[in-house]
Design a protein around this ligand. Structure first.
Ligand SMILES: [Zn+2]
Length: 75
């Protein structure tokens, strides 16, 4: 059993993230599709935005910050 790289909870089915952060990632990706239709926002801009606005839920925000941290380290 491995653990979520964000919160350390146990993961299911070989996922990198726990069920909460996995679900947040799914939400994040599907809402990005909607955003991209409405405005010409890039993935990175979208992630930045999620980290900045107050409306972002806790799990999604933590996921966005995880993604942002990875992007920063690979840039
Ligand atoms: Zn987690």
């Amino acid at each position: 059993m491995s653990s979520c790289s964000i919160c350390g909870r146990d993961t299911l089915n070989g996922n990198i993230f726990c069920r909460y952060h996995q679900e947040a990632l799914d939400n994040l990706q599907s809402s990005f599709e909607n955003w991209r239709e409405a405005s010409d926002v890039s993935w990175n801009e979208y992630i930045q935005l999620l980290c900045q606005i107050d409306e972002t839920g806790r799990w999604v925000r933590e996921m966005a910050e995880e993604i942002k941290a990875k992007d920063d380290s690979s840039a």
